[in-house]
Write a new protein. Sequence first.
Lengths: 346, 346
Amino acid sequence: MESVGTIPRTVTLLDVAQEAGVSRSTASRVLSGATSISADARDRVEAAAAKLGYRPNRAAQSLRTRRTRLVGLVLNNLVNASFHAIAEVLQQRLDDRGYQVILCVTGADEDREARYLEMLAEHQVDGVVVIGTGRNVALLERIVAEGIPVLSLIRCSPDAPGEAVLADDSDGAYLATEHLLDAGHRRIGYIGGPLEANSGRERFHGYAAALTSAGLQVVDDLVVRGPFLESFGEKALAALLDRDDAPTALYVANHEAAFGVLPELRERGVSVPDDVSLICHEDVSWFRYWQPAITVIDNGAAELAELAANRVLAAIERGPGDARSGRAMRVGARLVQRASVTNPRT
Amino acid sequence: MESVGTIPRTVTLLDVAQEAGVSRSTASRVLSGATSISADARDRVEAAAAKLGYRPNRAAQSLRTRRTRLVGLVLNNLVNASFHAIAEVLQQRLDDRGYQVILCVTGADEDREARYLEMLAEHQVDGVVVIGTGRNVALLERIVAEGIPVLSLIRCSPDAPGEAVLADDSDGAYLATEHLLDAGHRRIGYIGGPLEANSGRERFHGYAAALTSAGLQVVDDLVVRGPFLESFGEKALAALLDRDDAPTALYVANHEAAFGVLPELRERGVSVPDDVSLICHEDVSWFRYWQPAITVIDNGAAELAELAANRVLAAIERGPGDARSGRAMRVGARLVQRASVTNPRT
DNA sequence: GCCTCTCTTGGAATCGATCCCATGAGACAA
DNA sequence: TTGTCTCATGGGATCGATTCCAAGAGAGGC
């Protein structure tokens, strides 16, 4: 009588088979869409499954088949606009093909990243997509060696194993700098991350390459590098503007620094783009609402995520034995012109 | 000889046991930290596990123990600032206690939500946190009946099963309206979602309650409701401002509408707060960079996520039999004063 | 010396699926 | 009728862990 709180035993394949009057084997064959099934058996099993509300136990399936249909996604944070766009698009694309995402936010912490990778391997994920710190190469190698495809997204160290879908940071920086040069600027300040960071290094190279192509040289005093922090952006801006020969344009290589640079410019009463032109690398949703709307380099998050999904699925589905991988692939950056760039004052 | 591409067979507990010269039972007991183990056996097993690089197979563990240490997180999108903050914080808190998150983005689509919930049940998740459409009550009930704790976050329909950690929308709207009233406004426009949406209904009630407390009545002409779209915000603003008795202040009840309202105000040359004061419900990162910085109602995403994590873990750990649940719990909203509110022009 | 009690250990069943293998039933040709 | 071949089906092993149960080894009291 006392049925409140009673938990119905979960329905297993055996229950379905008995209800349908067939063996487990037959029931399994019907539900996994195999061939060699009589129409009669098929109908009875399907009816039984529907009647009992049967739901396969994926843990059991995984144990037997060695596939979980789970993919790990490892990234720094979800606040960065590129990152949450990527998480969302990747999840959708993987789901379209029957795979689910285990979300792991590392906070750019190397040890945490390592723990997550181990944990994902324990969960027997079929693949891993990692926007990585680049400091767990040995562990990634071990994971790849165990037959789990790893795809590095956006950035990766040159010796990272597995495949890669990378943002073309160098190209993006080149585009930004070129755009400022085309507008007539000659003194272009650089505010960006440290050279040790891959993105910092590549973006600086793009900046330098564009200057060189225009027959200019990199002026060390116009280059300020520092941590990915709002407060650094503020200080860097001060360092550049409080000079006699202040730059007429700025290339801000990451959005963390931009968060410091933009309010500080406003604070100082420096008008953009009349007093100084500016391009930020990485698009953040509110840049288009800023006054003036900020011209940016878009690294193509959605496209990166689509590609990452396709390639990790391809790697999963072609199975381990076949290590043939396309290796690195780069997604070009795009200049999004808004209102923060104009000709320099003469 | 041909070792390239060879996949090392995964190391199982049996391998560890053999390496250590004990039985699987003993090895299992050591690694799961059980009692009644001789120091000698413990050392040998631990050494063997380390030597072989043993990693438990969670699918096998789950099959046996009926716990996966996986929790499903179902939400609309990751673009909304509250949502990605929640996803991030929730993931961190659950990870602290050894649980991982399967991420499911529904795009507010009811069928997709249903599919995700079924899939999560198949994956034998230990619990589900859902920022739901509120239109899958029967399915949620079935899942709860099967012994999987469900926690509704931010909003839920009144008849939703399981526990709930809700944003206090009504309170937030009340705070916003009260703040505008305190500044001296009497004609306060309302731009918000449809009454069918829970949040739309509650926020309108809060707005109305604040007016009533101040001895005012709701003026129908100052209330505009519509879909959660940028374009609606734009139209709603036009409808309110193109009147003879235009409001002196606006309460914008969701950030989607705000995305339309704010640029449109700027477009029209309406000065905030001099011409019109404004409060938005929901904080979005760039609101503090807008000119003027927007005064907002913060629904406390981080706190919501912390609470959700704690409560879903508590529900998981007290096991099924015990249906005692605290039921709904509300997290108060907070007024974040910035620069978009001032006294009305006399 | 024997009995009991505790501590440690191994054997075997179990979780819920998949899938290899063998077998029985028909179909069809010789 | 008999042999061969195909198709549908069931039995049972298997994936890799956990855990119940029984049993062996000592310790200690009588």
